[in-house]
Design a binder for this molecule. Structure first.
Ligand code: SAH
Ligand code: SF4
Length: 354
C-alpha cells in the first residue's frame, strides 16, 4: 500500500483519519503544527504524539519534501529555484524579494497541456499535474526555520509552470492549505491565481469562494488572433471568457487583473488597445502588460519600448488602469519554464548519441 503524504491533507482530513483510529481532535492540531508550522519531515519527529500513535501513523503516512537542485540569482535580486519531486520530475519556483515583501511564483503542473504559442512551458506538453503537497512545498521551502531572511509579507502568485485550473483539485486544495490558520496562514488577498481562461473551471473556481485574487491571461482582442496564439480560445472564446469574469465573485475593492503578453505586430497595435478598452468596459479590472520575454526558436518578438508605451498610454487615458511588468530576472531567464527548459537542452546536448 502506498503511503499518504500528510502535506496533501487538510486539517479535517487528518482529523477524520485520526478519529477512525480512535484519536481525539486535538491530535489533528498537533499533527498540523508539526507539518505546517514546524516543518517536520517525518512522523517520528512529532515527539508530542504517543509512540504507539507515531508507529501507526508511520505505516500509512509520510511527509514529502522537495529537493532543491539549483538556485540562480539574477542581478536584480530575482531568484529562480529548480526543485526535484519524488518521481524525478523538475519544477520551477521564482522568488522576487522587494523590501520587506517577497513574491513567490509557484508552478502547478509539470509542463502544460494548453499549448499557447508564445509560452515555453507549453513545449513538450503536459507531463502531469502537481499534488497539493508539491505546490505548497514550494512555499514551505522559504519558511523553513533559518533558511531565508524573515520578511513581513509574502505574496503568492500561481504563475509558474502549468495552468492552475487544469489542476483544479490540486490548486484549490493548495490554496486552502496556504490560507488556513492551521496551515500557512497566508491571507487570500495575498494570493493570485492566474488562468488562461478555462471558463467553466473559472465558474467552478468562483463557487469555491476562496477569496483569492484572479488574473486572466487575455493576450488578444479578437477571437481570430487569440485562437491563433492560445488554442483554448476555440473552446472558450473571448465573450464567453469575459462573461465568466463578470460573474466571478469579487470583494469590495478587489479587481480582476487581465494579463496581456505584447507580441510585436501580432497584438500590439493601437487598434488592439482601443478594442481592449471596449472589451473591458464595465469590468472591475486592471491590465498588466507583459512585453514578450523572448524564448528560443520562437517566431515572436518583443515590441519596441515606444509601442509598449503607446499601448499603455491609450489604456490609462481611457480609464483602464494598467501597468507594464518590468521583466525581472531576464539574465537568468526567469520567465516561466525557462530554467527547466535550459536544463533539458543541456541534458540533450550532453547526452551520449544513439
Ligand atoms: N497558465 C497560467 C499561468 C502561468 S503563465 C496562465 O496562462 O495564465 C503566467 C503568465 O505568463 C501568463 O499571463 C502568460 O500569458 C505569460 N507568459 C507566458 N510566456 C510568456 C513569455 N514568453 N513572455 C511573457 N509572458 C509570458
Ligand atoms: Fe499553459 Fe499558461 Fe503557458 Fe498557456 S501561458 S501554455 S496556459 S502555462
Amino acid at each position: 500500500m502506498s503511503l499518504t503524504d500528510l502535506r496533501d491533507l487538510r486539517r479535517d482530513e487528518i482529523a477524520a483519519f485520526l478519529a477512525a483510529q480512535g484519536e481525539l481532535d486535538f491530535r489533528a492540531r498537533q499533527v498540523c503544527q508539526w507539518v505546517y508550522k514546524r516543518q517536520a519531515t517525518s512522523v517520528q519527529q512529532m515527539t508530542d504524539l504517543p509512540e504507539v500513535l507515531r508507529q501507526r501513523l508511520q505505516k500509512q503516512m509520510y511527509v514529502s519534501t522537495l529537493s532543491l537542485l539549483r538556485r540562480q540569482r539574477s542581478e536584480d535580486g530575482t531568484e529562480k529555484l529548480l526543485f526535484g519531486v519524488e518521481d524525478g520530475n523538475r519544477i520551477e519556483t521564482v522568488l522576487i524579494p522587494r523590501g520587506d515583501k517577497r513574491t513567490i511564483c509557484v508552478s502547478t503542473q509539470v509542463g502544460c497541456a494548453l499549448g499557447c504559442r508564445f509560452c515555453l512551458t507549453a513545449q513538450g506538453g503536459l507531463v502531469r499535474s502537481l499534488r497539493p503537497a508539491e505546490i505548497v512545498g514550494q512555499v514551505l521551502h522559504f519558511q523553513e526555520p533559518g533558511r531565508e531572511p524573515a520578511r513581513d509579507f509574502t505574496n503568492i502568485v500561481f504563475m509558474g509552470m502549468g495552468e492552475p485550473l487544469d489542476n483544479f483539485r490540486g490548486t484549490v486544495q493548495a490554496v486552502r492549505i496556504m490560507t488556513a490558520d492551521w496551515g500557512l496562514g497566508i491571507s487570500p488577498r495575498r494570493i493570485t491565481v492566474s488562468t488562461s481562461g478555462l471558463a467553466r473551471r473559472l465558474e467552478a473556481f468562483g463557487r469555491a469562494d476562496l477569496k483569492v485574487n484572479l488574473a486572466v491571461s487575455l493576450n488578444a482582442t479578437t477571437d481570430a488572433v487569440r485562437s491563433r496564439i492560445m488554442p483554448i480560445n476555440k473552446a472558450y472564446p473571448i465573450d464567453r471568457l469575459l462573461q465568466a469574469c463578470r460573474d466571478f465573485p469579487l470583494a469590495v475593492r478587489q479587481r480582476i487583473t487581465f494579463e496581456y503578453v505584447l507580441l510585436r505586430d501580432v497584438n500590439d497595435s493601437l487598434a488592439d488597445a482601443k478594442r481592449l478598452v471596449k472589451l473591458l468596459h464595465g469590468l472591475r479590472c486592471k491590465v498588466n502588460l507583459l512585453p514578450f520575454n523572448e524564448i528560443p526558436e520562437s517566431p515572436y518578438r518583443r515590441p519596441a519600448d515606444d509601442t509598449v508605451q503607446r499601448f499603455w498610454t491609450w489604456l490609462v487615458e481611457h480609464g483602464v488602469s494598467a501597468s507594464v511588468r518590468q521583466s525581472r530576472g531576464r539574465d537568468i531567464s526567469a520567465a516561466c519554464g525557462q530554467l527547466r527548459y535550459a536544463e533539458q537542452s543541456a541534458a540533450r546536448l550532453t547526452a551520449p548519441e544513439g
